[in-house]
Design a binder for this molecule. Structure first.
Ligand code: SF4
Length: 370
């Protein structure tokens, strides 16, 4: 299967694709920037039942409903849905298959695999291009505890995932938490031969009692993963690990004069890289944490209101710059997940707010061309 990446598409092309999709399909950007068309778990008719029981690490169940309501651009995704609980799964996938074919991007199904049967697996294999399935552990007991399912079910699902390997369509994905940290080597070994094996550190909001991985634990995972070509690590593994800075800056031309003064905004997960780029290019930098708290440091969860609060406290910083550059991933068609738009920010602070480049390594050129 041919793979497509974010860098191969212009912003106009991406917007055109997004506009051509119904709301139950989305343009999915993977951790390695691979693009696909994904069927949303809530399904075409919004009939997908909520997961019961919910997985121990489920991020969506950590956020109180009162907070979810504020996230208008994201609200439907913040409920514990799995696509396998969609009673119209097959019809939806067949329709999605036609739409993805017309657009020319692979069709991706993303599931925890809870309740996966051989029959459904066969259907997914025949009618989609990428099947992302949560593995979490090759040990039936650990998987059953993390996903709160009976051990027998866990064992059966691991077997189905294993049988699907030959399809060459399965992207494994595992949430790494304190529960399965000691099993990372086994997950990596099991993942050999699958096109992609994705590891994601557990997301811990301020409402959660789970513990995030320590720096030492994350270093260990990064080092182990380095031995496997198909492993993709979520960016949050690198949060605050400044020793990886040279790796991220490799090949960047940071010896240039930028004619405009800008303020680069970043979330803490990648702040150490953006801060260094800002320093070398003599630009201003501000790190802003999502109000979800905990370790939710991903820029994808920054709210427009987080930006407003942080900048209102920093009028001096703002007065020194001509433009404010925001993380690409925080914005969906110029709006944050709480609905606040770039235009609103520009109006409020009387300064142009601009969506940054798709990848951090395009920043120097992007600033040059302002
Ligand atoms: S399957 Fe996914 S959405 Fe459902 S409870 Fe588990 S983590 Fe949450």
């Amino acid at each position: 299967m041919k793979r497509y990446y974010l860098k191969d598409f212009s912003e106009e092309e991406l917007t055109k694709i997004k506009h051509s999709l119904p709301n139950w399909l989305s343009l999915h950007i993977d951790y390695d920037n691979e693009l696909s068309i994904m069927v949303e778990a809530f399904g075409k008719h919004n009939k997908t039942k909520f997961c019961n029981p919910v997985c121990k690490y489920c991020y969506t169940t950590q956020i109180p409903n009162s907070e979810k309501k504020k996230l208008i651009n994201y609200a439907k995704d913040l409920y514990p849905h799995d696509i396998l609980n969609n009673p119209e799964l097959k019809e939806d996938i067949l329709e999605a298959k036609e739409i993805a074919k017309k657009i020319g991007l692979p069709l991706r199904i993303s599931t925890s695999g809870k309740g996966l049967t051989k029959e459904i697996a066969k259907f997914l294999e025949e009618n989609s291009d990428i099947i992302e399935i949560t593995l979490n552990s090759v040990n039936k007991k650990t998987r059953s505890e993390m996903m709160r399912i009976p051990e027998k079910q866990s064992e059966k699902e691991i077997q189905i995932i294993s049988d699907l390997k030959k399809s060459n369509k399965v992207y494994l994905s595992s949430i790494i938490s304190q529960d399965n940290f000691e099993e990372v080597s086994e997950i990596l070994e099991f993942g050999k031969g699958y096109p992609k094996n994705i590891l994601i550190p557990i997301a811990v909001t301020k409402w959660s009692s789970e513990k995030f991985l320590t720096k030492e634990q994350r270093r260990k995972v990064i080092n182990l993963a380095g031995n496997y070509q198909n492993v993709v690590l979520a960016g949050t593994f690198f949060s605050e690990l400044t020793e990886f800075l040279p790796l991220f800056l490799e090949g960047l031309d940071l010896n240039r004069e930028i004619k405009h003064k800008t303020l680069l905004i970043s979330s803490p997960s990648f702040g150490f890289v953006i801060e260094e780029i800002a320093k070398r290019l003599k630009q201003e930098f501000l790190e802003i944490k999502s109000s979800f708290g905990g370790n939710i440091t991903s820029a994808g969860l920054l709210l427009g209101n987080d930006i407003i609060k942080a900048l209102s406290k920093n009028p001096e910083l703002l007065s020194r710059v001509e433009f404010v550059i925001l993380p690409y991933i925080s914005l969906n068609e110029n709006k944050f997940i709480d609905g606040i738009s770039l235009e609103k920010l520009s109006e409020k602070f009387n300064k142009p707010f601009i969506k940054g480049p798709k990848n951090y390594f395009e920043l120097p050129e992007f600033l040059d061309e302002l």
